[in-house]
Design a protein around this ligand. Sequence first.
Ligand SMILES: *Cc1c(COP(=O)(O)O)cnc(C)c1O
Length: 398
Amino acid sequence: MTLSRGSHYLAIPGPSVIPDEVLRAMHRPAPNIYTGELHEIVDTIIPDLKRVAMTSGDVAIYICNGHGAWEAALSNVFSRGDSALALATGHFAHGWANVAEQLGIAVERLDFGRRAAIDLDKVEAALRADVDHRLKAVMCVQVDTATSVRNDIRGLRAVLDRVGHPALLMVDCIACLGVDELRMDDWGVDVMVTGSQKGLMTPPGLGFVYFNGRADAARDGADLATAYWDWRPRVNAERFYQYFCGTAPTHHLYGLRAALDLIHDEGMEAVWYRHAALARAIWAALDAWGAEGPLEMNLSDPAIRSHGVTAIRIGKENGARLRDWVSEHAGVTLGIGLGMASDEDPAADGYFRIGHMGHVNAQMVLGALGSIDTGLKALGIPHGHGALEAATAVLARA
Ligand SMILES: *Cc1c(COP(=O)(O)O)cnc(C)c1O
């Protein structure tokens, strides 16, 4: 006997739920790659991708996941031996910095821990100390998917400008493009990387690197650029195969086309608003549960929380149990605690994450919250009451 039959909600922070429209668009025979519809689709995808990031710069499309997009971005900007400053607020900034180091880039790291955003004053001090402008780029993650920290990218640009430092601003928006507000041009982001499988609601397999003219000028001297990762042929393709350095990712392109239709039919501001409202409902439930017992959001300050993923501490003996219970009995898969290992909790069992990015609405979020509430009761994990009431009150006001 189980209560889990029915639509499953993969409530993890990527891959995210794939809309039926995207699935239907992908369910087709192999298309003609030489001419026709596929070529027309790419001509419309590129401007629509730029609209999601609010940029008039370029975007190169790669057949890869986020890690590939990381390497693509780095190899077009740096030469072996160059220096960069990495600002870490969790697992993913370190991941990107590690890739940079493996490419031979000298990375200086500022680590702000797992429960705080980037401290702009500390960044300013580091940039001022770099008097001969050795640092070629500042690398950071807008939303760290492990800690759920959301950083102030506009503020970071203001610091670079105030110091008068010419470093490129490179931002990982893999977890937040199409979720949280991003205005690439207004905010002065020079390079932005993202992937298909989170806010863009398409299966994993496409990586995107957005860049402006300043970043492209750095490409001139970048000796790490290789044939596959070189962004120039991909944005100045004279032949269709050059967009993808080979065979096009045919079905992903159909899926992405459908996803971009969903995003732009809704409108960017409405997309951001929906995610913010759903996030506030989740936080209200968590506040109520946390009033008694071990549940606690990783971040106490709502101003630095992601609107697409929420990391929660629940005690080492409870996290894995709760995740297993809601998956087995309620049809909801929650995210594991990523990058949260410690001496006391080496497997990060004391954490779980709720993914609420992309194709998510009120009933899905309320279903996930109701399932967690049920799991807490079934497992006897102490918790405060009124979580669902609190969440529905937030949504009723939204
Ligand atoms: C998911 C994610 C990545 C890694 O993407 P993969 O597709 O798993 O390689 C990198 N950075 C952030 C912020 C992410 O959320």
